[in-house]
Every structure is written in C-alpha cells, then in structure tokens.
Design a protein around this ligand. Sequence first.
Ligand code: ROI
Length: 165
Amino acid sequence: MALTIAYIGLGGNLDNTLELLGSARKAIAALQGVSELAFSRFYRSAPMGNVDQPDFINAVMAVETSLSAHDLLKALQRIEHSHGRVRNGLRWGPRTLDLDLLTFGLEVIADEGLTIPHAGIADREFVLYPMAEIAPSDFSIPGLGRLDDLVTNCPKRSLEFIAHG
Ligand code: ROI
C-alpha cells in the first residue's frame, strides 16, 4: 500500500484548547492507517477574519498514511465532531476545533468537498510557521512554491510560541 505524507492544521479558540488539540492529536495518531511523523509547537494568534472572538491556538502535525485524501478528511471530520464540543456549564458550547488537511503528498485536489493544498495557506502565519518547524528544509507546497519562501513573505503578525507539542 502506498504511503503518503500529509500535513494537518489543528486550531481552536476555547479556554481548554491546548488539551483539546492534544486529544485530537492522539485521536489522529490512533487512526487505522495513520501514523504521526512530527508535531509542531503550539502558537497563539489573533483571530484572522472575524476578530470578535478569542485568540486561537494552532499547531501543525505531519502524518504518514495509507488512506486516500478523502478518507483522511472524513476521519478528521469525525474527530472534529467528537472533540469539537465541550461541556460548558449546562449547555454545549460552539464547535471550536478545526482540523484542516493542508497538503497530501504532491496531490492537487479541487472538488466540492476538498481543496488540497488548503486554500489560504500562503496567508496564514499560524499555518506556515508551525509547518516550517516540522517540514523538510526544501519542502514545497504544490502550486504555492517553497515553504521557506512562503514563510519569508508572510508577516508573523501576533503569532507567539506558547508551548511545546
Ligand atoms: N485565526 C487564527 N489565528 N487561527 C485559526 O485557526 C483560525 N481559523 C479560522 C478563522 C476564523 C478564519 N481564523 C483563524 O477558521
């Protein structure tokens, strides 16, 4: 069975996000046909897009998988659903765990359910900087070019290291 190296972005903006991301990491590594290769440090950053919400915590994970991109995506969505809602007093809080399939080997995919490489990688400091920690130094993202060039061209904004993975 062919193995593919995929990069997964993890993010969330609840109080317990660090534990939530750690739990999601374990669930990903435990998937059939998936093994963890590397996990970045955790970073905090101001929300991109709608700024009227708490800061995010993000990290990036590299895995090796025998799954297809679509099957890996489905598995990530199941993990989002099982981890993305936390007991918050008496009611269920909003879904605030995001697992993004960033790259999948050299594949370029654009269909209704899946865009690979993930749209917006090049603008997202909270994806590029942690990804660059764990990717090979000559890593290129299909269609976007060398990761180290993308990092150089992406301002760090408010991104700050908060914890080791
Ligand atoms: N902003 C940051 N900093 N990190 C995220 O993971 C993130 N995810 C999102 C939006 C709301 C676009 N902003 C984000 O989905």
